[in-house]
Write a protein that binds this ligand. Structure first.
Ligand code: UDP
Ligand code: MG
Length: 338
């Protein structure tokens, strides 16, 4: 049943992954509550805070928040699972017409979330906030732009540049996203992969309000690897190319060795041509064969990710009597097929 048909307000759930954000939680909640205040006559708004194994005061602060505001749900993960899985836990729990995923350190300005809701009302199903500028360290900026460059070159899908996970997702998209159960996940890539009508809203990214980043270099590199490896088998293809290149060189080497053997046999020691030729030849074959293995591993990997094969936005047929044999407007009757 659509919300309009039921005559109820559409609902929006904010999802905040929290890892050691004790100094930010109260301000964040106050700011977001203020920002959504004018929307409350049109939307029902609630909040899911996912405590990703925080070791500071965050857990107690969140508990206090849940006690004070009945729109707040707190999910406490049993240990630190990382940002992407914390967001996933929130998405799994949410039951709204749209969700907004935001960082909890106030780097994603709460007022921008209202613009995301505006675009959603215009009919977009994915509204991602796109950084026009970011006030991070030069190191973070350089590594981030290098990462996006590699990703665009290597990945088989088009991930919009300068977007983080700050975005609004319509319920339809969340439902699709829930079907992706891969462990090493790169959510923004999955959202691009899923499709639907997507649009960006430019914004200026602020500085972290308090505390320290939960993404040290080690986690950042791992995250970058999840982005590239999750959406491309380019590194495996590289093996094949290398194999072809070495095989080609070995061919030249063979020609050279034979040439020397025939034209100037006195310059070589016995057995030289045989050893040289077999070395080049076997090297080329070995790497080429690794490339062949790589192609199979690539396919096995894609299959093991177990992603849904496609995502359906709508099934349309000519209007018929409801419940009749041709009636396919009820998605529940179709989803069992998968
Ligand atoms: N975060 C998390 N688990 C982690 C690391 C970070 O839930 O293991 C949360 C963190 O609380 C914040 C968001 O993910 O809300 C983004 O993290 P952070 O601000 O540290 O990353 P940066 O902005 O430095 O890339
Ligand atoms: Mg941050």
């Amino acid at each position: 049943m659509t919300p309009a048909a039921a005559g109820r307000k559409r609902s929006v759930t904010y999802i905040f992954p929290v890892y050691n954000e004790a100094e930010n939680i109260d301000l964040l909640h106050r700011t977001v509550s203020q920002v959504v205040e004018p929307l409350l006559d049109r939307y029902r708004v609630d909040f899911i805070y996912v405590d990703d194994g925080s070791t500071d005061d965050s857990t107690a602060r969140l508990q206090a928040l849940a006690d004070a505001d009945d729109r707040v749900t707190v999910v406490e993960l049993a240990r630190n699972f990382g940002h992407q899985l914390a967001v996933t836990a929130g998405l799994d729990l949410a039951d709204a017409d749209a969700v907004i995923v935001m960082d909890s350190d106030l780097q994603d300005p709460p007022r921008v979330s209202v613009e995301l809701i505006d675009k959603w009302r215009q009919g977009y199903e994915v509204v991602y906030a796109q950084r026009r500028s970011r006030r991070d360290t030069t190191f973070k900026r350089t590594t981030a732009s290098a990462f996006y460059w590699v990703l665009r070159k290597a990945a088989s899908i088009d991930i919009p540049r300068d977007t983080g996970d700050f975005r609004l997702l319509d319920r339809k998209v969340v439902d699709e996203l829930r079907k992706f159960r891969e462990r090493d996940r790169f959510l923004r890539g999955l959202v691009s992969y899923i499709g639907f009508r997507q649009v960006g809203v430019p914004f200026d990214r602020d500085e972290r309000h308090a505390g320290v980043t939960g993404y040290p270099l080690r986690k950042m590199l791992r995250f970058a690897a999840d982005g590239v490896l999750g959406f491309s088998v380019a590194p495996l293809k590289l093996i094949s190319r290398l194999g072809y290149a070495i095989s080609f060189l070995s061919l030249l080497g063979i020609v050279y060795a034979v040439g020397v053997k025939v034209l100037a046999p006195e310059t070589t020691v016995p057995g030289w041509a045989f050893i040289t030729i077999s070395m080049f030849f076997l090297g080329g074959i070995q790497i080429t064969m690794q490339g062949v293995l790589g192609s199979y591993i690539g396919r096995t990997y894609a299959q093991a990710q177990g992603r849904p094969l496609y995502t359906v936005a709508a099934v349309r047929t000519a209007a018929r009597a409801p419940g009749g044999p041709g009636d396919s407007t009820d998605p529940a009757s179709r989803s069992l097929a998968g």
